[in-house]
Ligand binder design. Structure first.
Ligand code: GLC
Length: 597
């Protein structure tokens, strides 16, 4: 027993530096004068942003001509959902007159919430420009009695408060345009049937020129948030390059590219309202709503509580992401009162605990029973959502010496701590300072080194080696696919590895299955699965893209003894493409009676 513990400890130490969830790589390359790391610096610091969905749909507020969108439907989609004829929607847009719009009040709210960037819909799928466009008269200045340019007003108000101003631009979809994607009730055109026409009569006449006028007329943007993808990688890349041409420091989000092709953009987005299930080793952001719609609804009162928003913020940041939280102002330009109240409450927590959010990196730990962890340099921030009744806050697997600990909001009062063989115990006050999340800051001697997660064998003997507890090495990264799911990829050589630490209780022979997606052109590339001393060699079989993960049987492998064991997967030779989009491996014990004759 002791021997196996020691063996385990040395394996753990060998792998400890690899950690998990802390190694971040920037997303795919574009030809730009700035490096991705330079562009991403502010985004990495910011962590928390405000999304604003606002357009003529806000005036309809989820109802049109006596028909109502059910709660849970995205109200900015009302034109499409109710198949409102283009001319009638245009007529409705003509009545859009948000006289109560006050850019300073919105920017004040953003600052009070503690966000560092603001993303406004410059043009959503309805095709209506929320700024004074010279490309199309279908815009808030020329088409409505309002006559003001809210995008310019908000950009100025944000910059005055040192908030990065950013725009959302729906680049593929436009229900006002006969040759764009989306409006199938007025027009009978599908871009996929005639991409040159889509290029010529929509991309070249509206989407690209509008983007150019935005990039050249409104000062520097933090990022451009594209949505709903493109058809070809070239089209997606051309949009990213256009941003870069005019604003080399401006970021481009991942939705600029196709749904079913390789990721583009500087960072990746989760699916709408998606919460991550593990660390992602690239820059990422999740867009989320405060109720159940992005655009304003008069019917939706399903507001998230401030506690839930704080919890989501911390969970997202502890997994290395940014939280882009949406408000949907109404048709008069007023932010719904519940949104204001929630954001102010969240902002109070953020302003007291901002050090544990801004500029932090993902948690070096796997799961923590009482909450989440964020890290910065030599400091760990322990976000305690479940306060320990016995006043003992426990942290396992920390290999760096802790020097001191204190509540973040009370730095002068040092908390007693005890550390032994990777186990740290901090004695905390009887009750938390904050009813939702009290942060304990731990000062370390050096940047944290943490034991890798260990996978234990299930009661039936099965060993499930998934994405979450995998330790990636070399260029291999845990990332989203374009549909917001997860996989591991970017591995192209034998040094690019995926490793798991396993605690084997019942040795024996195991059937090995692997789950992945692979393009036909990746067929037959060799790879290796090593389980301690034994190895299996296999060749990639095509599964069909986009992201059609399949489970394939690789044969059997023995595990000779109980105790710690390491499983490793890697390409067998150097490739000029991904080995595969990897999901996981499973070892299933072969029942002894099926092997004995
Ligand atoms: C979706 C919706 C869109 C919304 C966006 C926000 O793609 O189509 O209405 O703007 O998500 O993430």
């Amino acid at each position: 027993m002791r021997g196996s513990i020691r063996r385990f400890a040395s394996l753990a130490v060998a792998l400890v530096l690899l950690g998990h969830g802390v190694r971040i790589q920037a997303a795919d390359d574009q030809t730009t004068p700035t490096t991705k790391e330079q562009r991403l610096e502010w985004f990495r610091q910011a962590k928390f942003g405000m999304f604003i969905h606002w357009g003529p749909y806000a005036r309809l507020a989820g109802a049109w001509n006596g028909r109502q969108l059910p709660v849970g439907t995205n109200c900015e989609w009302i034109m499409e959902k109710l198949r409102i004829p283009r001319d009638e929607y245009r007529e409705a847009a003509r009545q859009f007159n948000p006289v109560k719009f006050d850019a300073d009040a919105w920017a004040d709210l953003a600052a009070a919430a503690g966000v560092k960037y603001v993303v406004l819909t410059a043009k959503h799928h309805d095709g209506f420009a929320m700024y004074h466009s010279r490309v199309s008269r279908y815009n808030i200045v020329d088409h409505t009695p309002f006559g003001r340019d809210p995008l310019r007003e908000l950009a100025d108000a944000c910059r005055k408060r040192e908030l990065r101003f950013c725009i959302y631009y729906s680049h593929r979809e436009d229900w006002d345009e006969p040759f764009a994607y989306g409006n199938t009730w007025d027009f009978d055109f599908r871009p996929e049937d005639n991409l040159p026409l889509f290029e010529e009569k929509y991309l070249n006449t509206k989407a690209r020129p509008q983007l150019e006028e935005l990039l050249t007329g409104y000062g520097p943007f933090g990022l451009v948030w594209f949505d709903r993808g493109m058809y070809t990688p070239e089209q997606g890349r051309a949009f990213a390059q256009l941003v870069c041409k005019y604003q080399p420091y401006c970021l481009v989000n991942g939705r600029v590219g196709n749904y079913d092709q390789e990721l583009l953009g500087d960072y990746q987005n989760m699916n709408d309202n998606g919460m991550p299930i593990g660390g992602i080793e690239e820059y990422w952001e999740t867009p989320q709503t405060l109720n159940e719609t992005w655009g304003y609804s008069q019917f939706d009162h399903q507001w998230k509580r401030p506690e839930e928003v704080i919890r989501r913020l911390v969970e997202i940041v502890s997994r290395g992401g940014n939280y882009l939280l949406n408000i949907g102002p109404d048709g008069e330009g007023v932010v719904p009162e519940p949104s204001i109240q929630i954001l102010r409450a969240v902002g109070r927590w953020v302003s007291a605990n901002g050090e544990s959010i801004y500029g932090t990196t993902a948690s070096p730990f796997h799961e923590l029973p009482w909450g989440y962890c964020t890290a910065k340099g030599k400091t760990l921030y322990l976000h305690v959502f479940d306060w320990p009744a016995d006043r003992r806050l426990k942290l396992r697997g920390l290999r760096t010496t802790a020097r001191s600990a204190a509540l973040l909001a009370k730095p002068a009062d040092r908390l007693p701590l005890r550390q032994e063989d990777g186990f740290l115990e901090i004695t905390v006050p009887e009750s938390p300072l904050d009813p939702v999340n009290t942060v304990v800051a731990v000062n370390l001697e050096a940047a944290p080194r943490v034991d890798p997660p260990v996978v234990s064998q299930a009661a039936n003997g099965t060993i499930v080696l998934d994405y979450i507890r995998a330790i990636t090495g070399g260029h291999t990264v845990k990332r989203f696919n374009r549909k917001g799911e997860f996989h591991i990829s970017k591995w192209t050589s034998p040094e690019d590895t995926i490793v798991w630490q396993v605690a084997v209780a019942t040795p024996g022979s195991f059937d090995v299955t692997i789950t992945y997606a692979a393009d036909a052109s990746w067929s037959d590339e060799p790879y290796v699965v090593q389980v301690d001393g034994s190895r299996l060699e296999a060749k990639v079989q095509p599964t069909g893209l986009p992201y059609e993960y399949k489970t394939i049987s690789l044969g059997t492998i023995p595990i000779g003894r109980p105790g710690p064991c390491q499983v490793l997967v890697r390409p067998a030779k150097k490739l000029d493409h991904d080995l595969m989009y990897f999901k996981g491996i499973q070892l299933t014990p072969i029942a002894p009676d099926s092997t004995t004759p």
